[in-house]
Design a protein. Structure first.
Ligand SMILES: *[C@@H]1O[C@H](CO)[C@@H](O)[C@H](O)[C@H]1NC(C)=O
Length: 243
């Protein structure tokens, strides 16, 4: 508990001096302060930085550990690591690197495959297929909403997006200059199935409801620091969910 309070104060000081304030560093610190989050994160980092007997990285084990991180970790902390809002490249670069993209996201070839390949692999896995369906359903634009995206949809959409991290269609931020996301693939070599390929990739790259759900997390950030003037210790400890 003492360590938790110390960290809460650190976070409070950090947020007070906004210059150099990095929400992704704060999210990592909050995860470190929580035993369960820290254990699950250490696990995926160890797996994803490991070497496979073939010389490459153990991608399947890395992805499994990432799925476990989101399945079992405290959502307030795991989602903060995934969606920490960034206003500068250093923060966004850290956010892009959070889930060890060299192993979890890209490869094994140096060039991205056609999106039809990870899509087909996903359709053949019951776990991936059901998570992809959930993502499609939860982040889909709806004509009846005034702007095409029901407001109450955002939390479910973020949750479903997180469910894809660690599958064959693992998405990530594409650069450190934006909050744009995509799986590691393109549609250049998809031949006469280009339309199908683009439709799948577009779920990530041309989906206003997903963009909005990610941005909406920003306006709620940091979840409990916002009311720090009322009861800093209590709200910070809620954020950290110390145990
Ligand atoms: C942002 O990305 C570019 C291109 O990959 C890279 O050269 C640059 O070092 C990155 N910036 C930071 C702060 O990591």
């Amino acid at each position: 508990m003492a360590r938790c309070l110390g960290l809460a104060l650190l976070l409070l000081l950090g947020s007070a001096s906004s210059a150099g304030w990095n929400s992704c560093v704060a999210a990592a610190e909050a995860c470190t302060a929580n035993a369960r989050c820290q254990r699950l994160r250490t696990e995926y980092v160890a797996q994803c930085l490991g070497r496979a007997s073939s010389g490459g990285c153990p991608r399947a084990r890395c992805r499994r550990a990432l799925r476990r991180f989101f399945n079992r970790g405290p959502p307030a902390l795991t989602l903060a690591l995934l969606f920490c809002p960034c206003g500068d490249p250093a923060c966004a670069e850290r956010r892009r690197q959070t889930f060890v993209p060299a192993c979890a996201f890209s490869g094994p070839d140096p060039a991205p495959p056609s999106c039809l390949a990870p899509l087909e692999a996903c359709e053949h896995s019951q776990l991936c297929r059901s998570r992809l369906r959930a993502f499609q359903a939860s982040c889909a634009p709806t004509p009846v909403a005034p702007d095409g995206c029901p407001r109450e949809q955002a939390p479910g959409c973020r949750h479903a997006y997180a469910g894809l991290v660690g599958t064959t269609v693992t998405p990530n931020y594409v650069d450190n200059a934006s909050a744009r996301v995509a799986p590691w693939c393109d549609c250049g070599a998809s031949g006469n199935r280009r339309e199908e390929c683009e439709a799948f990739r577009g779920l990530f790259t041309r989906n206003p409801c997903l963009d909005r759900a990610i941005q909406a997390f920003e306006s709620r950030w940091p979840p409990s620091l916002q009311d720090r003037h009322q009861d800093p210790e209590h709200s910070l400890l809620q954020l950290l969910t110390c145990n």
